[in-house]
Ligand binder design. Structure first.
Ligand SMILES: [Zn+2]
Length: 81
């Protein structure tokens, strides 16, 4: 047996105990009999939050090509006058 979470639009989340593999995408709500959609909360579905991913991405890019100093001072091609 496993516990699955479903959410009724009117009555909120509730748990249903079913045999593994028998959980359907929706079950009737125990209170109103309406369709309650399954909530997928498996730990494996967690992904890196987008802002964090963006920050890590930017940090990695900055390490490769710093955008503050783009050339060594004094190494600019000498301009003839
Ligand atoms: Zn309900």
């Amino acid at each position: 047996m496993a516990t699955y979470e479903y959410r009724c639009p009117r009555h909120g989340a509730f748990e249903v105990r079913l045999r593994i593999g028998e959980a359907s995408a929706s079950v009737p709500c125990g209170t109103c009999g309406g369709q309650a959609a399954r909530i997928y909360s498996a730990p494996g579905l967690a992904v890196t939050p987008r802002p964090l991913a963006r920050a890590l991405d930017r940090a990695a890019r900055t390490a490769e090509t710093p955008d503050v100093v783009t050339r060594i001072p004094g190494r600019r091609p000498a301009r003839r006058r």
